[in-house]
Design a protein around this ligand. Sequence first.
Ligand code: TYD
Length: 208
Amino acid sequence: MSSRPGLWITLEGGDGSGKTTQAEMLESWLADAGHTVLRTREPGGSEVGQLIRDIVLHHTGEIAPRAEALLYAADRANHVATVVQPALNRGEIVLQDRYLDSSVAYQGAGRVLDGSQVRDLSLWATEGALPDLTLLLDLDPAAARVRLDAADKPFDRLEAEKLDFHTRVREAFLALAKAEPERFLVVDALASVENIAEQIRARVSSLL
Ligand code: TYD
């Protein structure tokens, strides 16, 4: 654990892996225990970040891969400097939906950018700030898709490409967790909500 005050926890995982549910449960558990919790997210955890979020998530035209990576890094730089670090300095618990691991996994999965370059860019942006704990809700995108898709129809080409992309995202997250086992807790997102929450509480308890 780092020597700074406060505790910084990030949540990572594919779309629909249950991050929000778990963040809500962890937040109320921590608040009930008397901790001050700041819930935040990337992209869009600061005022400037909201504008950047709008570009990266809602702009309909093309954004060049390097520009996209820089936009996420700019959002991150402002978020860490103006929201996350001040809260940690006040001794609060920061519970954050997505951080630089998402950039490595998603921007790296486009096959244009190298994951380690994307990571270095984010580390430059945040002066090397890393969370105390990263919760990875691991979910097979095909299983997620099957669960969501009641109609059992074959994938079209675009959907298959999407599945391939999300499979690369998942693999990248798992590789990141393997490289830094002391920072990550990987949980099977197919387990029950209560079981996942219990695993998370056990790990967080050891850091409090
Ligand atoms: P998010 O708001 O977490 O949406 P969801 O609840 O659907 O997961 O994230 C929005 C999208 O932004 C998500 O598809 C992943 C993507 N993203 C990146 O590609 N790179 C990044 O660095 C971050 C933080 C998010």
